[in-house]
Structure formats: structure tokens, C-alpha cells
Ligand binder design. Sequence first.
Ligand code: G6P
Length: 643
Amino acid sequence: MCGIVGYLGKKALLPLLVQSLRQLEYRGYDSAGLSWFDSQSNQLKTVKATGKLQNLANALPPELMQETDATHPAYQLGIGHIRWATHGTPTLDNAHPHHSQNGEIVLVHNGIIENFATLKQDLQGKGYVFRSETDTESIVHLLEETMKQTAENTPFIDILRQTKQQLTGAYALTVMHQGSPERLFATRQQAPLVVGIGLNNDEFWVASDVVALVAYTNKVLYLEDGQLVELSPEGLKLFDADGQALSPRVETIVTGPLTIDKKGYKHFMLKEIYEQPDVVRNALSGRLSAVDAPIALENDAPYRSKQHGDSLPKTLDALVADVDRLVIIGCGTSYNAGLVAKYFIEQLVRVSVEVEAAGEYRYRQPVLTPKTLVVAISQSGETADTLEAIRQAKTSGARTIALTNRPDSSMAREVDAVIDVRAGVEVSVCATKSFVAQLVALQLLGIFMLEQRTPALPAQLALLPSLKQALLRIPVQMEAMLSDVDTYHKLAKKYAAYPSFLFVARGINFPVAMEGALKLKEISYIHAEGYSGAELKHGPIALLDEKMPVLTLLAGGSVFDKMLSNCQEARAREAQVIALTNEPIPDGYADTFMDVITYPACDELLSPLLSAIPLQLLSYYIAEHLGKDVDQPRNLAKSVTVE
Ligand code: G6P
């Protein structure tokens, strides 16, 4: 989704801004642009391009792109943006940065201005001519108008603050003003923005994600909602929404390496699929050390300090001890991970679990009590719907946990506790390793809850040693699975031309079927649905004929036989039935399956960790066979920061 970068300092500006934007590129975008202050002409310059970032790099003045840090004694100042279209198609006019009518103010924006239509009408009435279809343009004209209405020499930060008061919605803004040539201004409201600080407090970066600036500094200030910042060679000034000066809480980034590198793989998605054994090892490390030792789960909440009046971090055992209901919310793949967790936790811990898509949850009036634990699952920790839903849960008095891959994210900063899923940076838009890492973290949370429960459930506790043993075996089993690529090449070739797929499963693998269908549609654009085998007869069976592949998940355990019957029903309608199984197929089923994919036997409760992998590989190789843009599929964004 949209990404913001900004820089003030003495490094070669345009190469730095382009490089920073490259770090955000994986999030999905359709156009890009840069503005900078040209000291020779005393003018703001802007270049934009549609399509890939390379188009922008090619359009920039070559002499500026060839500059090196050594060639730059003077202060440089610029902002950049990648846009994922919300208001208006991906055109040059709609790309950011946007200029005020007098050309003196330029800005980049992430988020959505909800009252833009009213603002636009009002501004048009005052003679402002809109050049784009964006909501963003209303902000920049409003800045100019506010400036006109304000006493001369009013500091620009006050103009920004007054303008901000008239905006409704979610936004992160970075702004330059021609009258303030060595100053960058930024503010946020329900959209992330972070400032990077150079060693001597005279060099600054701004970014919508720390990934964009981590190559330059590890000293950062995460802006909070409503805050405004002014950056200049004299230093950083932070203000609240009322204009009161604040003392900035500068943090040293402690997250793992945020490097973005394909490491020889053709696509990030393939690399991330292959990282999964290590991702599981990492997620278990220090938490599950021995089969007879309790799970050690700590609150991974980011740095808190008494100086800033933070409450002390809550421990996870205090949060889960007497919980009587769990509510899990998330979007996309994270939602599917929550659905798997419902089967796992209800069966093992005997606590009721509800799972709901965050975008629906936030507009209901759910019943929450102080004994309800709400777990928000989010790889990015920035998904707008999940963030808002967990905020509401917190306000309603429920206990809140963020289960995320980004303990530095907005979500992680607002909840009672954080569980870091430790997947490492996931670049491909299509989530793979983060799904598996989320599953492991949820399984650990479930076991942890069982171990903390009073009164204890001896029969359930007796299941834990073998379950833990099975969990520790998972990485090696994954490695064995990942050594076979030929199967997926062949299957991809055979099935890539089919226009529609069904993924069918029951029990704990039903959400994995939904996740498999999601993977396929995301990257190959083939229509696919995940269905419960039990529901097959209630509608989808009408779709079945020889043109419909039905991929069936047959995990050994409680629903294996039921699934076999569903497979026969599908085959009786001549569907192309493919089995994904970790149990020998009984005699008499030779004609039921066109193809059989096998994976190692494991505890049924853990089977989603393994059954997800063949579905990821199948989707990957089908998309690759079809020549699709695997890592950046059309219309999709990695982190959906708008509603
Ligand atoms: C987008 C991504 C998905 C992801 C979903 C939720 O749709 O493309 O891969 O599952 O957002 O993202 P989150 O960061 O909250 O897990």
C-alpha cells in the first residue's frame, strides 16, 4: 500500500530517496513520485511516474541520480511516495507528491481523508482548481488557504496544525514548504509514521515503515496519533495536537535484521516458503525447550518507560489466567490463522473461541467483558481494520494481545501484550511464512493458557508431552517436504489451465483449505474457494464436473473417513480430485484420485503447519507457470492501512 519517505541532511538526496522507496516497494503500489528543494533555483521540483519505481528512477535528472554522498556539502531536503490507488486511477496526475496552487507547498499522504468531498467543494468555491481525483489534493490546497487566512510569519508547523484540525480520517503526512527551505514537517493520525535520527541530531529520515530507514540509522521516534514534528539542521521539535512542545522518546531499534534480499531465489515468495523450517525453530526458541517444561511466553511489547508515564507491561500469565472467552480478529491470511487456532484452542484448552474478520467485527457491538481476551493477529501490525477493532476492544475493557511479526508496529504499541511471531521480514505480498509463524505462536499461546489455567485440567495436560514432542519435530518434517519440487512443477503444468478450483477439507484443516484457495487466487488470478467437505452437498457440488479440480485435504485423524466419502462424492461428479494426505489411502480408492500429494504423519492438531506448505508450493508454481507477477500481484497490497 502507499509508502512515504523523506530526508533532510547532507547525503546525496535522490539516490537515497529512491533507495528508501525500494525498501517499501514490496508492499504493493501503482505509481511513485519525488519532490525536492532545489537550492539553485530556490524552487520545489517534482517528478512522478506510473508503474514500477524504476520508471521514476529513469525519469529523474541523471546528474542528480549520479551524485554521491561525498559530493554534497550542503543540506538536502526531499520527500517521496509510492501510491496504491484509492481515490482515482493510477495516473501521473493522481500520483503524489501533490502541490498547492501557488506551488509553494508540496506533500505526500498515506491514508484516506474522509471529509475530502466537503473540503474540495469548499476550496473549489474559493477558486482552487483540482488537478487530480485524489483526496490528498484537498489537504495541500487547504494548507495554502490556511496560510492565507493566518497572520504573516506564522510558523509553518502551526499552519499544518490548524489544517490538521479540519481533516477527518486516517493519514500520515510529510510536507515541504518553499518558505522553509531547510525544514521537513510531518504528522500522523491513525496511520504509521516514524522519524529516523542521525548521530548528531542534524540529519533526519521520515518513513511510513522503519524498513525504509533502517539502513541509515537505528535511532527512531515513532510518532503517536495527533503529533506533529518539525525537522531542521537545528534538531527535532515535537508537538502535540494543541501545539504544546513534547520531549521526544527516541528509541534504538531492537528488532531483528530488516534486510530485503532474495538470496538467489527467483521470487521472495519461494524464498519465504523455504524459510519456514527456520521460522518454526525461531518461533519455538526459548519458548518450548523440552517436552516436560512449561511454555515460556513473555510479553514482547516494545520499550516502555516510566519517564513517559507508561503503565508497567502486563505479563502474559496475568492476562490469560482467568480468561473465560477468547476472541480472535484478523484479516486475510491472519484471519485464516485465527480459524485454525479456534479448533486447536477449543479442543485442547476447553475455552470458547470466536474468530471474526476485523473489518466486520469493528462495526458490530460485540459483547466483551473484563474476562474476555481479544487477540489481534496481524503480520504487519498496521492493518487498519484490525487496528481499529483491537482499539475498540481495549476501550470496552477487554484484555488485548497483538500477535504480530512487527513488535514495533502501531498495534503492538496499543495493546496490553504482544506475542512476536518472529517470522522475519515477509516481502512477498502473498503471506506464507507469517501464516505458519502465526500458527506456531497461537499453538504456544494455547498450550500456555492450558498450563496457566486454574483449576487445572489433568486430562488435557496429559496430552502435552506428546504434542510438544510433535511440535519440535515439525521443522525437520518441513525440510523433508521442501526437498520435493518436481511434484509441484508437474501438477502446476497439469492444472494451471483450469479456470476454477475448489479446496475442500474438514476439521482443523478446513481453514487451511480456505488459505490454500486464497493463495491460488491472489497470485495466479484463478478463481478458487475453500469449502468444508460437509458443506459440499449444500451448493458447491452443483459446480462439479470434469472441468473442476477439487483439492482435498485428508489429514489422518478424526475426519479422515468423512473426507474420503466427500472425495468419492466429488469423483462421482467427474471432478478432478487431488488428495493432499499424510495417511495411506485405503485400498479401493485407486480411481478416486487423479493425483496424490503426500506429507509426513503428525498430530492432527499440528497438521495445518505441514498441510499449508504443499498448497503454497502449488499456488507458487501455477502462478510461475502462468508468468504472473508472483511477489507483487495486481491490485493487492502487503499492508492494508486504509479501510
Ligand atoms: C493484505 C495482505 C495479506 C494479509 C492481510 C492482513 O491483504 O495481502 O497477505 O494476510 O493484508 O495483513 P496483516 O498484516 O494484518 O496480517
